[in-house]
Design a protein around this ligand. Structure first.
Ligand code: ADP
Length: 229
């Protein structure tokens, strides 16, 4: 059986207006490509923030038996302000190491080598000196993905990574994520409101509706809800 990386036990999370996540239990195993699906407002982002330690739980527990919480790679939704970020592609990718710097002022050489390796993997090495703000939407996502890969060799979290990308760029990003999962051993947890395209790459689906609406394999999801092709 594969190793469990993260376990959510009866997790509930609140805002002033009530529960956003209600009694959610599931496990993320090494090698999973888990899609967190559900309508807008169903609690997907709140749950992810709970797992990432960005928002506290109301009740329940999250355990990290197979991963150090600061070794989780995170690709947040691209917000407007990031688009004007005044830095080169290389600097943005290198900023993925910030949690591992401890008290050092300089990035050690192996960090730089790893950043270059990740840029090659995502085919953005030639953009190294380009300013982040001059990139297309698809290129920006690849840069942010390379940055997230610098933070982890184990698990990546992505929040609606294709919200503003066109169909072809979305497709190639999904294929890339599938490849990272299958050939580079990266566990992936991705939020989307539309599972139809990503389900070809994913292994499991968790559908939220404040509570868990469905949790199981992508195959079971397909046979239960069908019509996704
Ligand atoms: P999703 O990611 O599925 O769209 P969210 O987790 O963002 O859902 O939101 C779940 C619920 O929590 C929604 O009812 C939303 O209005 C509420 N919510 C989300 N963020 C906040 C916030 N910062 N303050 C108050 N309520 C919030």
């Amino acid at each position: 059986m594969s190793k469990s990386l993260i376990e959510c036990h009866n997790v509930s999370m609140m805002y002033q207006n009530g529960l956003a996540v209600d009694d959610v239990s599931f496990t993320i195993n090494q090698g999973d490509f888990l899609v967190i699906a559900g309508e807008n407002g169903s609690g997907k982002t709140t749950l992810m923030k709970g797992i990432l330690g960005l928002k506290s739980l109301y009740s329940g527990q999250i355990k990290y038996p197979g991963v150090t919480p600061n070794k989780i790679g995170y690709l947040p939704q691209v917000i407007e302000i990031q688009k004007d970020f005044p830095a080169s592609v290389f600097e943005v990718v290198m900023s993925g190491f910030v949690n591992q710097l401890n008290n050092r002022f300089f990035y050690p050489k192996d960090f730089k080598n790893k950043a270059i390796k990740n840029m090659k993997l995502l085919e953005i090495e030639h953009l190294s000196n380009t300013s982040f703000k001059d990139l297309s939407g698809g290129q920006r996502q690849r840069v942010l993905l390379a940055r997230a890969l610098c933070a982890t060799e184990t698990i990546l979290f992505l929040d609606e990574p294709v919200a503003s990308l066109d169909v072809n760029i979305t497709k190639s990003l999904f294929e890339l994520l599938g490849e990272l999962n299958r050939h580079h051993g990266i566990t992936i947890v991705m939020i989307t409101h539309d599972v139809s395209d990503i389900i070809k790459q994913s292994t499991k689906v968790l559908r939220m509706n404040t509570q868990i609406d469905f949790y199981g394999s992508s195959e079971d999801y397909r046979s239960q809800f069908g019509g996704l092709d």
